[in-house]
Ligand binder design. Structure first.
Ligand SMILES: Nc1nc2c(ncn2[C@@H]2O[C@H](COP(=O)(O)OP(=O)(O)OP(=O)(O)O)[C@@H](O)[C@H]2O)c(=O)[nH]1
Ligand SMILES: C[S@@+](CC[C@H](N)C(=O)[O-])C[C@H]1O[C@@H](n2cnc3c(N)ncnc32)[C@H](O)[C@@H]1O
Ligand code: SF4
Ligand code: SF4
Length: 336
């Protein structure tokens, strides 16, 4: 593995294809209380040896090292990150780290109605919520939880406590939600919601499900362009969605199409799992263990050297087209 001299404090996270990494997706737990059919259809299965997730100081150290190398945006994800008892402390700690301007959260929203005000005070600057259907019965069919009304109340509450925009994630699936496009459009007409449709991605646990339910986002894109929606420019810390706006709509549409040609050209994000492994790609390797370098603040330069060295092995793009999703059994184990 290539390394940098550990005194080189100014090293940036640049890979061999000259892509720079400004965005860290930090998973803080693998545990989830939902059973989404495309992710954890049998629910979270605890590890018999007990899962030991990074504790607060370890998480802080990871992010300090990334921030020192140019990271500006951190997204907290999981599993369901808000299940962690020390969730608020984690948020407060990250929010205080120099250079981190955006502290985002991806959540299934189950406790948002109750807690979103506290999240905002603690330092969460933006929220992405998963809502795979606007029909409560279909929502239950997909997620295994009867929590549609709670999630909707949570979204309303988020606007009440001061969020200007909320992003909603919906995984596009034939026979589950592919006929709801018009309802979603009507829903965002007078709401500042960015409604994102994510193409179903193949993971190790779902070959048959993928073949049966995957649909391309291209059909939606053609429809949007025909109806006068316009593609918006991207910022350097933005996620992978292509975002469209329309003068008649307050909301926006985002399309996440990982099977599209050149999807990975603008990759700007790295991942750290809840057990302290660096993952260079959502679909890929086993991960590089960071945990031994998270035990004291004095190890930060060694940690930075390990991050830089590992990044030099990053692939140019995923291999999903060859049906190769790497070692990923599901996306809950890495945070999506
Ligand atoms: N293939 C692939 N999919 C991704 C990548 N980043 C995000 N996604 C998919 O998009 C989903 C939604 O991501 P979010 O957690 O909402 O984050 P984001 O899209 O980066 O959001 P913003 O930062 O708000 O733009 C993820 O769970 C993945 O399914 C990526 O690098 N590669
Ligand atoms: C793994 S979840 C973690 C955060 C939180 N539990 C949630 O659902 O928002 C993050 C995102 O991954 C997406 N996701 C999970 N499995 C997926 C798959 N196979 N294909 C596409 N998106 C997937 C979910 O829809 C969700 O928006
Ligand atoms: S998508 Fe999120 S809410 Fe659904 S099972 Fe996976 S981790 Fe849980
Ligand atoms: S699939 Fe891998 S290389 Fe492509 S954008 Fe996602 S993380 Fe980056």
């Amino acid at each position: 593995m290539q390394s940098i001299p550990i005194r080189n404090l100014s090293a940036r996270l640049v890979d061999p294809f000259q892509r720079e990494y400004y965005y860290l997706r930090m998973s803080i737990t693998d545990v989830c209380n939902f059973r989404c059919n495309y992710c954890l259809p049998n629910g979270y299965q605890p590890n018999p040896e007990r899962d030991k997730f990074l504790h607060l100081d370890e998480i802080r150290r990871v992010i300090q090292a990334f921030a020192a190398m140019g990271t500006e945006k951190v997204r907290i994800t999981g599993g369901e990150p808000t299940l962690r008892k020390d969730f608020i402390e984690i948020v407060e700690n990250i929010a205080n780290i120099e250079n981190i301007h955006t502290l985002a959260l991806t959540t299934n929203g189950y406790r948002m109605a109750k807690d979103v005000e506290v999240w905002r005070k603690a330092g969460i600057t933006s929220i992405n919520v998963s809502v795979d259907s606007l029909d409560p019965r279909q929502f239950y069919r997909i997620t295994g939880e009867d929590k549609f009304d709670d999630v909707m109340r949570g979204i309303d509450r988020a606007f009440e406590v001061g969020y200007q925009k909320i992003k909603i994630n919906s995984v596009l699936m034939k026979d589950f939600n592919d006929r709801e496009f018009e309802q979603f459009l009507a829903w965002i007409k007078h709401r500042p919601i960015q409604m994102r449709f994510i193409e179903l991605m193949q993971t190790g646990e779902m070959d048959y499900f993928f073949q049966k339910h995957h649909i391309s986002g291209q059909i939606l894109m053609d429809k949007l362009l025909r109806q006068g929606w316009q593609l918006q420019p991207k910022g350097r810390t933005d996620g992978p969605a292509k975002v469209f706006s329309h003068p008649d709509y307050q909301g926006e549409i985002g399309l996440i199409m990982p099977y599209e040609k050149n999807f990975c050209v603008s990759c700007n994000r790295l991942r750290v799992s809840a057990k302290g492994k660096l993952h260079l790609c959502l679909f890929g390797e086993e991960g590089v263990d960071l945990r031994e370098l998270l035990q004291s603040d004095n190890q930060q330069l060694l940690l930075q050297a390990r991050l830089f060295g590992a990044l030099q092995g990053k692939r140019e793009h995923h291999l999903l087209h060859q049906g190769d999703s790497g070692v990923r059994a599901n996306l809950a184990s890495i945070g999506g």
